[in-house]
Design a binder for this molecule. Structure first.
Ligand code: APR
Length: 240
């Protein structure tokens, strides 16, 4: 396959792209799900049972984004370069709730699992940028109700955001690149199959459950594999 300059590139990112920025992935040996139970901190039922526990989990993760050591890494920066320099359209779909793509300068970005630095009020439905801690005592700045705010995170059992736009993009793109996702969580795990008309590249430290859905595999850390791949794409050397 040789890409044309007008081709539409869709990129899916998962926790692996942020690992080299110091953010833990979920399913590694030292991953977040080793220490926390999904059903306690990442489901609507868990939030109803123990909202303070859920707030504490996301407060800690939100605070981490402000640590000086947590910065976009060469993979995030390379994707921004692609968006700026590729003549065709580029869309990033991220499962990550960190803000490293936008801090790297990406503009066409869909957060399908929400964002750590946003919250919403379950009473008045207002969505707000939020960079400090949240508790059951926090009043909604919009409607004043107390105990109605929640992290703007898509929990297990909830529908990911932007699905119409995502499915439309997957159906028409010419290149689909998946970076640093285990392929264990749906619907993202199905995206490579949905984009079956596209050439599909997977980048990961290892093979995944869904490696069979891709045409090409780049095995290695995103921070070194992605800049090389993007350079080759921008140099139009991309012959496979
Ligand atoms: N470079 C490339 N890939 C990496 C790197 C790296 N430096 N480090 C880790 N990986 C890979 C791992 O091999 C693994 O396959 O990233 C993947 C991370 O997988 P998960 O921890 O399962 O994260 P992700 O796929 O993003 O999880 C999907 O599950 O828990 C939910 O909502 C949460 O968005 C998350 C979703």
């Amino acid at each position: 396959m040789k890409l044309k300059p007008t081709d539409f590139i869709v990129i899916l990112t998962g926790a692996g792209i942020s690992a080299e920025s110091g953010i833990r992935t979920f399913r590694a040996q030292d991953g977040l799900w080793e220490e926390h139970r999904i059903e306690d901190v990442a489901t609507p039922e868990g939030f109803m049972r123990n909202p303070e526990l859920v707030h504490a989990f996301y407060n800690q993760r939100r605070r981490q984004l402000q640590e000086a050591s947590v910065m976009p890494n060469p993979a995030h920066l390379a994707l921004t370069r692609l968006e700026q320099q590729w003549p065709g359209d580029v869309l990033i779909i991220t499962q990550n709730v960190d803000n490293l793509h936008e801090r790297a300068g990406s503009q066409k970005l869909l957060h399908m699992h929400g964002e750590l630095n946003k919250i919403f009020c379950q009473f008045c439905k207002t969505r707000l940028i939020w960079n400090t801690d949240l508790s059951t005592e926090t009043a909604c700045p919009h409607c004043g109700n107390v105990g109605m705010l929640r992290p703007d995170i898509v929990w297990f059992g909830e529908t990911p955001y932007h699905m119409d736009e995502i499915l439309r993009a997957l159906a028409v793109c010419q290149l689909f690149i998946s970076i640093g996702t285990s392929g264990l969580v749906y619907p993202a795990a199905k995206f490579a199959q949905i984009a079956s008309q596209a050439y599909r590249i997977e980048t990961n430290l290892q093979e995944t459950e869904i490696s069979g859905s891709f045409n090409k595999h780049l095995i290695g850390p995103a921070g070194s594999e992605i800049p090389k791949l993007i350079e080759a794409l921008l140099a139009r050397e991309f012959l496979v």
